[in-house]
Design a binder for this molecule. Structure first.
Ligand code: NDP
Length: 333
């Protein structure tokens, strides 16, 4: 037997319900498809955006959320070119694509899969495929950080935030992180951030000006959105860049193009899946991420673990700002 966690309507965490299914037949696997038995599934804020309806979904269809997972291949379909797909039963694999991962088993097209090196545990992969590759493109593609530059990263104690802090440290960048509360600030400081600001009790714009001697930062990575983006722009140097990559506090609806005239700023609003869908990026970026993890330069901090069945509780914790680092769903054998 197999099962999925389905949202039958948009709404709060209570819309997430378990539905039992038959395991897909091996004879039904299409060209370059494999059947993966999930061992661990990541929880991400994007899951909440889809569940609540902030991100659009087909109203006619139930939605299986979840955009990153790891597992083992238990059946392999035919390859389209007759040469074999390079994947075999028993391979440990991971992936990040939008939705469909809150499931015990899943039919996957091999182009989305990466094989896991021995040194990367399934839970670590499920906690870092989406978040780690996001940190990768943010620091290498959206704005390529250079040693000596100064960066402001909001929600620094979160899943993406803790990975990014360690990566920034490794790159010799001066990283300023914001987080809600003293405990989260302390955790961010342990994970690469040179300066931390509790933006729930301090004016982060004034503190950034103080830390940078009035100069401002080269780039702000802002995933909080509504509550932070006006201040984020004020933290930039002239010609600085705002990378707006999320909206955990709500979308920045009143942003105007003229806002960036104050300092000839650049603004970008990137999405991970545009990068992972571009030729060669997934393999190259995953290899870099795994190398950073295997060398111990980046450690994935998994501070919350739930059974897949309990994913509604994971959503409540994430939306309630009760989590730090990554959240992973485990599956009973
Ligand atoms: P996090 O673990 O960072 O959780 C989100 C954090 O946002 C919270 O812990 C909280 O930290 C902060 N926050 C600030 N205001 C609010 C609010 N009103 N409600 C809830 N949380 C708030 O999540 P993820 O690591 O999964 O994702 C981080 C962000 O990156 C999300 O916005 C996500 O959508 C975005 N993202 C974007 C991608 C892209 O390609 N564009 C890909 C991956 C993630 P604190 O209490 O410290 O303020």
């Amino acid at each position: 037997m197999a099962y999925v966690i389905v949202a039958q309507t948009k709404g709060g965490p209570e819309v997430l319900q378990r539905v039992e299914l038959d395991l897909p037949e091996m004879s039904n696997l299409g060209a370059d498809e494999v059947l993966v038995r999930h061992t661990a599934v990541g929880v991400n804020f994007i899951d909440c955006y889809f569940r609540s309806g902030l991100y659009p979904w087909d109203k006619e269809k139930d939605l299986v959320l979840g955009s990153e997972a790891a597992g083992e291949i238990i059946a392999v379909g035919p390859s389209s070119d007759g040469q074999g797909s390079g994947f075999a039963v028993g391979d440990r694999v991971a992936y990040t694509i939008p939705n469909g991962a809150y499931a015990s088993h899943r039919v996957m097209t091999t182009k989305h899969l990466v094989k896991l090196p021995d040194g990367i545990a399934d839970e670590v992969a499920a906690a870092s495929m989406l978040k780690g590759l996001t940190a990768h493109y943010l620091l290498h593609k959206s704005f390529e950080v250079k040693p000596g530059q100064t960066v402001l990263f909001h929600a620094a104690a979160g899943g993406v935030g803790l990975i990014a802090g360690q990566w920034l440290k490794h790159k010799g960048v001066i990283a300023i992180g914001t987080a809600g509360g003293a405990e989260k600030c302390a955790l961010a400081a342990k994970n690469g951030y040179d300066h931390v600001i509790d933006y729930t009790s301090e004016d982060f714009v004034a503190r950034v000006k103080e830390i940078t001697g009035g100069a401002g930062v080269d780039v702000v990575y802002d995933s909080v959105g509504k509550d932070t983006y006006p201040g984020s722009l004020q933290c930039l140097k002239t010609f600085g860049t705002l990378v707006s990559f999320g909206q955990s506090s709500g979308p920045a609806l009143d942003f105007k193009l003229s806002d960036i005239a104050a300092g000839s700023y650049s603004v970008t609003r990137p999405v991970l899946f545009h990068f992972t869908n571009s030729e060669g990026y997934l393999e190259a970026a995953a290899a870099e991420l795994f190398a950073m993890l295997e060398s111990g330069k980046i450690k994935v901090v998994i501070n919350q673990s739930f059974q897949l069945d309990q994913v509604a509780d994971a959503h409540r914790a994430l939306e309630g700002r009760k989590t730090t680092g990554s959240t992973v769903l485990t599956l009973a054998m």
